[in-house]
Design a protein around this ligand. Structure first.
Ligand SMILES: [Zn+2]
Length: 64
């Protein structure tokens, strides 16, 4: 994925694992890793800002 302002390739800044609905027995549990993508162009307004987030589902799907 590219920065919408400068078109430089975004870099992954942080990754975390998120669990949703794991305390709700009536909903399907969803677990995913979420990555923060930042621009690393110092001249860009988006420098070190989280421009986009990328999810990879480990359990479940975006729609449950
Ligand atoms: Zn940029």
């Amino acid at each position: 994925m590219q920065c919408p302002l400068c078109n430089l390739e975004l870099r992954i800044k942080g990754t975390r694992t998120v669990a949703e609905n794991d305390d709700s027995p009536d909903k399907a549990t969803v677990v995913y890793t979420e990555q923060d993508l930042v621009c690393v162009n110092k001249k860009c307004e988006n420098y070190q800002k989280v421009v986009s987030r990328q999810r990879a589902y480990l359990i479940g799907t975006p729609n449950g």
